[in-house]
Design a binder for this molecule. Sequence first.
Ligand code: HEC
Length: 256
Amino acid sequence: MNRTIANIIIDIIAAFLLLGMIATGYLLRYPLPPGSNKSLSLWGFTRHQWGDVHFWISLGLLLILVIHLVLHWNWIVTVIGKRCHLIKTEHPSLIRTGILSGGIVIFMLTLFTWAAQTSVIEIARPMRGNHFGQTHQANESSEITQAPISINQTNVEFWKDIYPIFEHNCLSCHGPQKQFANFRIDRREDFFGSNGRTLLILPKQSAISPLIAIVSGTRKDMSMAEIHKLSDQDILKLRKWIDLGAEWPVKMDAEK
Ligand code: HEC
């Protein structure tokens, strides 16, 4: 392949990757801001997953930049090297300068990663509740899974733990008497996207289940959004139930 064509292809790929970085960077800054990983999803990906996409695009861009440098190495060594009086001979060895430059870069990167690895410190922050003065590990997953409410991890029963939440908070507007948004809380299929309805529950994925966004107040584009908010304890129970598979056993009326 012609050298010029190779250069053009490499530059076009670099331009696309750069646009990809800008686009995913925008997603991570505005539509999916920090802290939204557990409540929002965009085109099927959460904030962390978009972060991964951003990361891999940036690695690709780095690789392309290295190829770009290699393709221009002759020019860099002869023109820049001579102009800056770094190279004195008429025909400098490209391989030797390449190895030397690569070595310097790798050395600096190693120094940097070592400094970064060894300098991470824990931020002491007060615990919620009465334990003032005690510290609490900065742990990303602590917000929801380790909230100071304890519920039985392995056993959430639908008719005992979950349905009463719906019955108490939702039935008056989404039940036999009224059916706002044509949604009934006492109709199993209304939660699982039948008849062209929006899916409210994704079993085992409470973080991206629209029902959780509605009852935790994250979703604001509906009327009476405030009314739909549940207590932290109830949200936690719902999340646990969804994460365990959102089982909704059919029961005979007489058993209820
Ligand atoms: C005071 C009445 C009222 C109560 C109580 C209520 N809702 Fe609603 N709900 C509404 C109204 C009104 C709408 C229509 C909102 C709209 O279309 O903007 C709605 C819409 C909805 C929708 C459809 C949203 C969509 O995608 O269009 C769902 C799901 C829902 N409610 C779930 C619940 C749940 C779960 C509860 C209990 C935690 C609950 N609602 C309690 C009045 C209520």
